[in-house]
Design a binder for this molecule. Structure first.
Ligand code: SF4
Ligand code: SF4
Length: 286
């Protein structure tokens, strides 16, 4: 713990919030929201063992941080173009969260981050679909958006095309208001376009039933082909300022196919390995 602990912990809640927001923005976060840990028991949507305070009892605030997924890249999915975009957002998210928690530590607060995704390999999700912590609910409780039919967090800025990470801290920060009205318009584009038909809409609630094993199994296949993840259900969603920026389709069908024909197993399916390349493989890889 930093030697500055005694003085900096006296920062008022408002100025502390502004300081954290400034830091997170400088580190590259597009979206920043604050949730009191009280929101988990208040809302009663997440099982108690998943609450931040059940894991770290000193937690007071969860800072939810989001970075955008570029619409023109995800619209080429499944492709190595989107795969690289996804991998880069993951690296950036973990780095932003690591550095922000570090800054809070220097100011004298307890803080660390819950890594985004947080599973070792997609093959694990085929067998056990739940993660240890839900960044989607953290984002909702931090006022970044509302849950959509497709189980993602829909935001005003990027619809569901945002990836999330959470910083957990004992800093007492003024929480953000929840978004009151559902952003999901129940258009069912996500349902109709899912390649595994994973969603079954329900009449009694907004969130659809989801065959998570089917979705995870498809992801396993895409991973083997170097064009993971899928993301069609978030690519097609009409919600978001980014959609207004790029329009209904930011990529042509021919352009999408073009991107899918390079850099992944899809690009080489059925093609023989050239003789000279085979020679290199035979002599160098044993
Ligand atoms: S595609 Fe339509 S139904 Fe699906 S999450 Fe978006 S707005 Fe909701
Ligand atoms: S990620 Fe793909 S397979 Fe999974 S639910 Fe969304 S559209 Fe369906």
């Amino acid at each position: 713990m930093s030697t500055t602990k005694g003085t900096t912990k006296q920062l008022a809640r408002g100025p502390l919030k502004q300081l954290i927001k400034r830091q997170a923005k400088q580190l590259g976060a597009n979206l920043i929201g604050f949730a009191s840990v009280d929101r988990w028991p208040e809302q009663q949507e997440v099982k108690p063992e998943y609450w931040p305070q059940s894991i770290w009892p000193w937690s007071r605030t969860v800072i939810s941080l989001g970075v955008q997924i570029y619409l023109p890249m995800i619209e080429t999915t499944p492709s190595v173009v989107y795969s690289e975009c996804y991998n880069t957002t993951n690296r950036i998210l973990d780095e932003i969260a690591y550095r922000l928690a570090n800054k809070l530590n220097q100011l004298g607060y307890r803080a660390h981050w819950f890594p985004r995704d947080c599973y070792g390999d997609i093959s694990v999700l085929v067998k056990k679909q739940e993660a240890a912590f839900s960044h989607v609910f953290a984002g909702k409780y931090a006022g970044l958006g509302t849950l959509g039919l497709n189980h993602t967090l829909l935001t005003k800025e990027y619809g569901p095309r945002v990836r999330l990470v959470s910083v957990i801290t004992d800093a007492d920060v003024v929480p953000d208001e929840l978004v009151k009205d559902d952003l999901c318009i129940r258009c069912q584009q996500c349902v109709r376009n899912c390649p595994t038909e994973a969603f079954t809409p329900r009449s009694d609630r907004l969130i659809a039933d989801m065959a998570k094993t089917r979705c995870a199994g498809y992801h396993q296949k895409l991973k083997n082909e170097f064009r993971y993840p899928c993301g069609v259900c978030i690519a097609v969603c009409p919600i978001g300022e980014d959609r207004k920026l790029y329009g209904a389709h930011s990529v042509t069908e021919a352009g999408k196919e073009h991107c899918q024909n390079f850099g992944s197993a899809n690009a080489v399916a059925g093609l023989p390995v050239p003789e000279d390349a085979q020679q290199i493989i035979d002599t160098t890889i044993r």
